[in-house]
Design a protein around this ligand. Structure first.
Ligand code: 13P
Length: 249
């Protein structure tokens, strides 16, 4: 009932020429993939290039961040309507790297989620604890706060659109994947929070991706968990063959 969703977060990688080659490689490799949503999230400067490559294919375009105001004196920012204009359908919100290095908070995450929805785009709201938080027994409190505050003030119809990405910070780029059981436990926790927030139907519809060192050799086991509906992928999305292998889990 929930369509799996595999998204490549290219982070700060790939100029336009490189992005074009990678996007073309992905499009070719996943052209027969069915029953799975495939999304590429390049840097802002390569969005137009990738938009052209994926137009008319089964691959969709996403951005890595957004600002919540539409226009005005906000030097350096990009709005939801501009992302829509360039062809995005998804926007990653509050990735842990944004929280860690750029001052993203649960409050700014919530404003961004709302701005993305207002433009008819789908937010991918990232949540997840650091290693220190997990070791201090705070995982549940941190993840709950990310989910609850990130989703404040949304209607049932809006909640249903949203994708949550659980990315334990200690698993990102470290090669240390959460075990399928560890990931499933947190996904089940998130789904129970979604039930409290929006009710049973909403919780059953919302997709929860796992992210953190997802690779072709661990994707299958992760995707076999009942509450894991997809993957948000960094490193392994930077090569067409490994990303395509994930899509074909
Ligand atoms: P890696 O797949 O490189 O661990 O990155 C995960 C991530 O942060 C995706 O958003």
């Amino acid at each position: 009932m929930r369509t799996p969703i595999i998204a490549g977060n290219w982070k700060l990688n790939k100029n336009r020429a490189e992005a074009e080659v990678l996007a073309k490689g992905v499009v070719e490799a996943v052209k027969d993939a069915k029953g799975v949503e495939v999304i590429l999230c390049p840097v802002f400067t390569a969005l137009e290039t990738v938009a052209r490559v994926v137009a008319g294919t089964n691959v969709k375009l996403g951005a890595q961040d957004v600002y919540w105001e539409e226009t005005g004196a906000f030097t350096g920012e990009v709005s939801g309507s501009l992302l829509k204009d360039i062809g995005c359908t998804y926007v990653i919100v509050a990735h842990s790297e944004r929280r860690q290095f750029f001052g993203e908070t649960n409050e700014t995450a919530n404003k961004k989620v709302k701005a993305v929805l207002k433009n008819g785009l789908t937010p991918i709201l990232c949540v997840g604890e650091t290693l220190a938080e997990r070791e201090a027994g705070k995982m549940e409190a941190v993840v709950s706060a990310h989910v609850r505050h990130g989703l404040v003030g949304l209607s049932v119809a809006e909640l249903e659109q949203i994708v949550i990405a659980y990315e334990p910070v200690w698993a990102i780029g470290t090669g240390k994947t959460a075990t399928p059981q560890q990931a499933q436990d947190v996904h089940a926790l998130i789904r129970s929070l979604l039930k409290e927030i929006g009710g049973e139907t909403v919780a059953a519809k919302m997709r929860i991706q796992y992210g953190g060192s997802v690779k072709p050799d661990n994707v299958k086991e992760l995707m076999a968990q009942p509450d894991i509906d997809g993957a948000l992928v960094g490193g392994a999305s930077l090569k067409a063959d490994s990303f395509a292998a994930l899509v074909k889990f």
